[in-house]
Design a protein around this ligand. Structure first.
Ligand code: CS2
Length: 494
């Protein structure tokens, strides 16, 4: 933070540099309508901006109550700023800055679980949105079913009134609303999961049924879970960003968010308790989100994960650095055009072409430092929907999966925990220890490493380990990676 500048807050708003966009509505007149779980940088660069536009257009009843499920850091940074923060959208053309006022109240779940369930049960809250990341659903990534053995789920089943898990909070809040005769809120997953509304419905309903079958049936029958596809690249904010943005706006901002100009939100239009007029602010309201979600997961996210594992191993710190290497750019274009593209069924094929072309430009954005290490996180939770679902479909029709296999092999090489120079890799994944142990026990033999990691059923299901059409190309790619290193392997493969 810049000690010499006054802190950003409602009181100091007037001191912002004149060219900085800011809330033009009366912040004090905003009332809460949305509660968000998982108030990280992505939420603040994406859903919060659509809501900010709604507030600016006079839809005052949709202020956001922002809850963190783990850390107090966002609350600690933004509460002294009256919830205000700067959004910087950056590209080669320059940057646009906007101070956002949509976050009106902060809660930190572990500090005050009862305050959070009470806030969720308040009749004014009509929509609950979520960005809790893949692992926040406490599900089995391969099947999408609730993992009933998860320590947080077990704890919440024995003490439901002091929840820890996402589903625990949702079930308790829905129970309180039902008891008080308040209609349920609409639940909107904004995480990168296939059919995210249905996935959320499945885990919430199951969690509730384990506590009280009648509550489970009520939720299954009465609660709306529209699916959404969310898209905006949002790297983690760095201290350098904090300092530069504070200088630029003229006030010290403890937690600005940096993003790209592109943003997309495709939403299934199923909001029984109402919603902001999101379509007026750029969102697409559609009847079926599934084709959009599949497109995004298999093009953007699959390419991202591929660039993350191979790029990290090759020594590239950011996505922009990785795609500046022509072989890496060709590899992901091939992945999209030849392997993932044919598995997509979109209403308009033209959309896919436009999306793919725009993607490479987005990856190249020189103003974003999106670290390969950041995207490499939680691969056990990401691989199934990004890479494996497409692989299964291709194998079923006898189509090759050369590039998908290389991407999976790079993940295997990465979770081994030692890079190409023999230095340790800081692997962040709920399965990290298990994957590392499996890899270590297999020694440096590609066949053994691949076989042992493929046996992790929660990731690969029961089928892929048995499929030679899958395990053979993965094993060959891993063998090349171990022998030649990532750069040379990508050069040969592209
Ligand atoms: C990324 C995504 O971190 C990751 O795994 O692939 O967060 C990606 O940046 C977003 O989905 C873009 O919309």
């Amino acid at each position: 933070m810049s000690a010499s500048l006054p802190r950003l807050s409602r009181r100091t708003l007037g001191q912002l540099k004149p060219d900085i966009r800011r809330p033009t509505y009366d912040i004090g007149a905003v009332t809460p309508g949305i509660l968000h779980l998982g108030v990280g940088a992505f939420h603040r660069a994406h859903q919060a901006i659509y809501v900010e536009d709604a507030l600016a257009a006079g839809e005052r009843g949709w202020g956001i109550v922002a809850a963190s499920l783990r850390q107090p850091s966002t609350r600690d940074a933004l509460e002294p700023q009256d919830g205000l923060y700067t959004l910087a959208s950056k590209s080669a053309e320059g940057e646009r800055l906007r101070v956002v006022g949509a976050l009106r109240r902060f809660l930190v779940a572990p500090e005050e679980p009862a305050a959070l369930t009470a806030a969720m049960a308040h009749p004014k809250i009509r929509v609950v949105t979520l960005t809790v990341t893949e692992k926040g659903y406490c599900h089995d990534p391969a099947t999408g079913e609730l993992n009933e053995e998860h320590p947080d789920i077990r704890a919440d089943l024995s003490t439901p009134s002091r929840p820890r898990s996402t589903t625990g909070f949702l079930v308790e809040a829905l129970r309180l609303r039902r008891e008080a005769g308040v209609p349920p809120f609409t639940l909107v997953s904004c995480d990168n999961l296939p059919a995210n509304g249905q996935t959320l419905r499945r885990v919430v309903t199951r969690h509730a049924s384990l506590l009280d079958p009648e509550l489970g049936a009520f939720i299954a029958g009465e609660v709306a879970f529209p699916s959404t596809m969310v898209d905006r690249i949002v790297p983690a904010t760095t201290d350098a960003d904090r300092a530069a943005i504070s200088q630029r706006v003229g006030l010290s901002d403890a937690w600005p968010v940096v993003t790209e100009p592109f943003t997309q939100w495709v939403i299934e239009d199923n909001f029984p308790q109402g919603r902001p007029r999101f379509e007026d602010y750029g969102a697409e309201l559609v009847a079926d989100v599934a084709p959009y979600e599949t497109m995004k997961l298999r093009l953007l996210n699959a390419s991202h994960s591929t660039l993350a594992y191979l790029g990290y191993l090759a020594g590239y710190e950011t996505i922009a650095e990785a795609v500046a290497d022509g072989s890496f750019a060709r590899l992901v274009m091939g992945l999209m055009d030849e392997e993932m593209g044919p598995t997509l069924s979109l209403p308009a094929a033209a959309d896919v072409e436009v999306y793919k072309r725009a993607l490479l430009e987005r990856f190249r954005n020189p103003a974003l430092r999106h670290r390969t290490w950041q995207i490499a996180m939680d691969g056990s939770q990401k691989l199934p929907q990004r890479l494996l679902a497409g692989a299964r479909e291709r194998i079923a029709v006898g189509a090759p999966i050369r590039r998908i296999a290389l991407s999976v092999a790079a993940w295997m090489r990465y979770v081994g925990g030692i890079d190409e120079n023999g230095a340790p890799i800081d692997v962040r994944d709920p399965f990290a220890e298990r994957l590392r142990a499996l890899s270590e026990a297999a020694g440096r033999d590609a066949k053994r490493i691949a076989a042992s990691l493929l046996s992790v059923r929660e990731i690969f299901g029961d089928d892929l380990a048995q499929s030679r059409s899958f395990s053979d190309p993965v094993t060959s790619a891993l063998e090349l990676l171990l022998r030649l290193g990532a750069k040379e392997t990508v050069r040969l493969a592209s």
